[in-house]
Design a binder for this molecule. Structure first.
Ligand code: F6P
Length: 361
C-alpha cells in the first residue's frame, strides 16, 4: 500500500480544502492509499507534530470551507528558513532535512498545493530527488501553463460585489470611489471584476497609466451629468515611469507586500478634479470565505487529478487546465514565466470598446 503526503503552501485561497478532500477520497477509494496531511506548508516536515493522518472521515464537511485545514505558511521556504539562534535571526538551508523527513515518513509521493513561490520550492525539491506533484493555487491567476487557478473566481466575485456596492454610495454622494484590489503583478482580478461591475477606470500592472487620461475620463463623465465614477486599481499598478507602491512596516522599512497605490490615485484625482474621492481596499476579503461553485468544481478536479498523476509517477509535474481539460505539465514549463493579462486579448479590446479608461489613452 502506498502512502502519500499533502501540504498547502503560500497564502491561502478558497478551494484548498476542496483539493485536500478530493485527493484524500481519490487516494483512498480508487487506490487504497493512506494520506498524511503536512501542517503549515513545508514547515510541518521540519517541526514536531507537523503531520496528521487524513482519512475520508477527517475530511468530511470541508468542501465548502474557506482557508485550509492544514494551515499555510507563505514565509516557509525550507531552502532559506528564518530561525532564532541565541537570540539572533539566522537563515538556514533545511532542504536536506525535508528530503530526509519525506523518506523517514515513508511517503511515496508528496502533493504540494501552492502558488508561484511554493511551486518553485517544489521544483527544487524534485531536483533533489523528492517525488512531488503540484497543484496550482492562487487568487491572482498568475501561474503559467494553466488557464485558471482555483481561488480566482471567488476573489473576482467578491471584487465584483464590492464594485456593485460602491456604485450605489458613489452615485448618492457624487463621489469618485477608488477600489484597490489584489493580484501582485497580474491584473486579472481587477480587469475581470472591473468589467463585470462596470468600472469606469481600470488600472492594471500590465498597462502603466498616466493621470491625465484618468482625469479626462472623470471630467467627461461630469460633462455628461454623471457625477460619480468607479476606479478599480490593482495593487501592482503604477504610473508610467514610476515604481510600484509597497506597504511600509511599522519601522518605515518597505515590507515585501504591494499596496498603497489606491490612496495615491484617490488623493491625486480628488485634488486635480476637485471631487470627493474615497478609497476602499478590499484586501483579504478576496481570499477568505467559502469558494464559489466554480472554484469547488475546479479544486475538486485538481485534487483528484493530482492523485492520478502520482499513480502514473508524474513527479516534477503539475495539474493544469488547458482548453477546459485537466492535463499535466512539467513544473519547469509552468514556472517559466508568470501569466499576465494579454494586452491583445478580447477582454482588453472589450474594455476599450466600452469606453472604459485603462489609463493609457
Ligand atoms: O498571492 C496572493 C496574494 O493575496 C496577493 O494578491 C497579495 O499581494 C499577497 O498574496 C498578500 O500576501 P500576504 O498573505 O503575505 O499578505
Amino acid at each position: 500500500m502506498k502512502q502519500i503526503g499533502i501540504l498547502t503552501g503560500g497564502g491561502d485561497a478558497p478551494g484548498l480544502n476542496a483539493v485536500i478532500r478530493a485527493a484524500v477520497k481519490t487516494a483512498n477509494n480508487v487506490y487504497g492509499w493512506k494520506v498524511l496531511g503536512i501542517k503549515n506548508g513545508f514547515e510541518g516536515l521540519l517541526n514536531p507534530g507537523g503531520v496528521i493522518p487524513l482519512t475520508p472521515e477527517t475530511v468530511r464537511g470541508i468542501l465548502p470551507r474557506g482557508g485550509t485545514i492544514l494551515g499555510a505558511a507563505n514565509r516557509g521556504n525550507p531552502f532559506a528558513r528564518r530561525l532564532m539562534r541565541d537570540g539572533v535571526e539566522v537563515i538556514e538551508d533545511g532542504s536536506d532535512d525535508v528530503v530526509e523527513r519525506i523518506k523517514n515518513l515513508g511517503l511515496d509521493a508528496l502533493v504540494v498545493v501552492g502558488g508561484d513561490g511554493t511551486l518553485h520550492i517544489s521544483r527544487e525539491l524534485f531536483e533533489k530527488g523528492c517525488p512531488i506533484v503540484g497543484v496550482p493555487k492562487t487568487i491572482d491567476n498568475d501561474i503559467g501553463g494553466t488557464e485558471i487557478t482555483f481561488g480566482f473566481d471567488t476573489a473576482v466575485s467578491m471584487a465584483t460585489e464590492a464594485i456593485d456596492r460602491l456604485h450605489t454610495t458613489a452615485e448618492s454622494h457624487h463621489r469618485v470611489m477608488v477600489l484597490e484590489l489584489m493580484g501582485r503583478n497580474a491584473g486579472f482580478i481587477t480587469l475581470q471584476a472591473g468589467l463585470a461591475g462596470g468600472a469606469d477606470v481600470i488600472l492594471i500592472p500590465e498597462i502603466p497609466f498616466q493621470y491625465k487620461s484618468i482625469f479626462a475620463k472623470i471630467r467627461q463623465r461630469e460633462g455628461q451629468g454623471r457625477h460619480f465614477s468607479i476606479v478599480a486599481v490593482s495593487e501592482g499598478a503604477q504610473p508610467i515611469g514610476e515604481q510600484q507602491v509597497f506597504q511600509l512596516a511599522s519601522d518605515g522599512i518597505r515590507a515585501g507586500r504591494l499596496g498603497g497605490i489606491g490612496q495615491i490615485v484617490a488623493d491625486t484625482i480628488g485634488e486635480a478634479c476637485g471631487v470627493e474621492a474615497r478609497l476602499t481596499i478590499l484586501g483579504y476579503l478576496q481570499r477568505g470565505g467559502s469558494p464559489t461553485t466554480f472554484d469547488r468544481w475546479l479544486a475538486t478536479r485538481y485534487g483528484a487529478a493530482a492523485v492520478r498523476l502520482v499513480a502514473k509517477q508524474g513527479y516534477g509535474r503539475m495539474v493544469a487546465l488547458q482548453g477546459g481539460k485537466v492535463v499535466d505539465i512539467s513544473l519547469k514549463e509552468a514556472l517559466k514565466q508568470p501569466r499576465q493579462v494579454d494586452l491583445n486579448g478580447d477582454a482588453i479590446t472589450t474594455a476599450r470598446g466600452l469606453g472604459i479608461c485603462l489609463g493609457d489613452e
